[in-house]
Design a protein around this ligand. Structure first.
Ligand code: KE4
Length: 425
């Protein structure tokens, strides 16, 4: 029995599914989850000492690679002063000033502890600001596990959202409407059917939770125009894309200004951090200034701020990281496609910058319906082969690959060699 197997055997006895987040259970790929002991740069090491080239990076936070010395040093420095005070600290001011400086649409920002909390709070703020209740989301986009966002795929178009989880009362999703990603007319219909009732449209500017699905040309611009015309707020959920695609996130990368933005992952440098922000007018709705209540014991935690500040500051001071990372992604994902085509495989490769994924389907993947045509059995086979050859990919077809500034070209070439081996096995 490996140490991971032994740990998993113990874990399932005291943690639901043996994990603290479902995707980590490797449920859809039929492998024992690897219990990771340490990480460095682009590599992670499991309890049995196996090394893996890491294409998850903690699901996005580790854009500079694991254990970046400047992040560690900043954390160690903060720890010496204490872990948490439940009081205002200078680091929170520095973090808010930095985010407002890097992202032009953000005039004010509130720190929270997860992407879920950021989305939950942004939705409440949008409802408070507009006095409206309904929220439009896109089937296949994931915005954390706040009740209102857990609606059945495809439900809600002109009807009330149907809960997609036990324990979510119908009342929590009745105001959530679902549209189809990259399909502006599906949003138009909802605005026609719910005149003056839609508080906000929330969207992943690059969908990365149904696999990676980039926005079609004109999609984000169309959402901007629709929301402006209808008096609804446009919320960009940049928990994944924020500070990944550009110093000012997907909104900078695509040149579209949302009304509210949610962040997570990268802004925490690996520590539990989320944030939501927007114009001063909108954010002045938030307590204690305004009537929208939101709070958090560990929000703006000094140690978490130290990690996030170190990472964000490096990103801000070295914007070349983005050109290099995006160019590496363009090269890497096109190499993957070449290997597939040379092997006569019709699989699809989608990417935007350093975010990408392989869909095991023959049709272009532009939304949830087309993503779901993927053969998850083929994905499982691919995942297992790559894992056993030291390549750590998302244990689900409907997730993303994340490159980091720590990935060296020769290491990516290694992965491409393993992929060639898989395609010619
Ligand atoms: P958290 O609450 O997990 O910090 O963030 C929720 C969230 C919000 N918005 C987007 C666009 C997200 O991708 C996420 C969380 N992403 C997943 C990865 N697909 C986290 C991994 C997990 O659930 O364990």
């Amino acid at each position: 029995m490996t140490k991971s197997e032994a740990l998993y055997e113990r874990a399932v006895k005291c943690i639901p599914g043996g994990v603290n987040s479902p995707v980590r259970a490797f449920g859809s790929v039929g492998e024992t989850p690897r219990f990771i002991e340490k990480a460095n740069g682009a590599w992670i090491y499991d309890a049995d000492g196996n090394a893996y080239l890491d294409f998850i990076g903690s699901w996005g936070p580790m854009i500079l690679g694991h254990n970046h010395p400047e992040v560690l040093e900043s954390v160690m420095e903060a720890v010496k002063g204490g872990l948490s005070f439940g009081a205002a600290t200078e680091r929170e001011v520095l973090m808010a000033e930095l985010i407002c400086d890097m992202v032009p649409s953000i005039g004010m920002v509130r720190m929270v502890n997860s992407g879920t909390e950021a989305v939950m709070s942004a939705i409440r703020t949008a409802r408070g600001f507009t006095g409206r209740n309904k929220i439009v989301k896109f089937t296949g986009c994931y915005h954390g596990h706040t009740d209102a966002m857990l609606v059945k795929a495809g439900s809600g178009v002109m009807t009330q959202g149907i809960p997609d989880s036990a324990g979510v009362p119908a009342g929590c999703t009745q105001d959530t409407l679902s549209a189809a990603y990259n399909n502006l007319s599906s949003v138009e219909v909802l605005f026609e059917e719910n005149k003056n009732e839609i508080a906000a449209v929330i969207v992943e500017p690059v969908a990365a939770n149904m696999g990676v699905v980039p926005p079609a040309k004109g999609f984000l611009e169309g959402l901007r125009k629709l929301c402006t015309r209808e008096g609804a707020l446009l919320i960009f959920d940049e928990v994944i894309t924020g500070f990944r695609l550009a110093p000012d996130g997907a909104q900078g990368y695509f040149g579209i200004q949302p009304d509210l933005t949610t962040f997570g992952k990268i802004i925490g440098g690996g520590m539990p951090v989320g944030a939501y922000g927007g114009s001063k007018e909108i954010m002045s709705m938030v307590a204690p200034v305004g009537p929208v209540y939101q709070a958090g014991t560990l929000s703006g935690n000094p140690v978490a701020m130290a990690a996030g500040l170190a990472q964000l500051t490096m990103l801000k001071e070295n914007p070349r990281i983005y050109q290099e990372l995006n160019a590496m992604g363009d090269w890497f994902y096109s190499e993957i496609e070449t290997i597939l085509r040379e092997a006569g495989a019709p699989w699809q490769v989608n990417h935007t910058g350093s975010l990408g994924c392989v869909f095991f389907t023959e049709q272009p993947v532009v939304d949830y319906a087309s993503a779901k045509t993927s053969d998850v059995g083929k994905y499982r086979d691919y995942f297992k082969y790559m894992l056993h050859h030291g390549i750590y990919l998302a244990p689900s077809q409907f997730e993303a690959m994340f490159l980091s500034a720590a990935h060296k070209k020769e290491e990516l070439e290694e992965m491409l060699d393993v992929l060639r081996g898989y395609m010619h096995r």
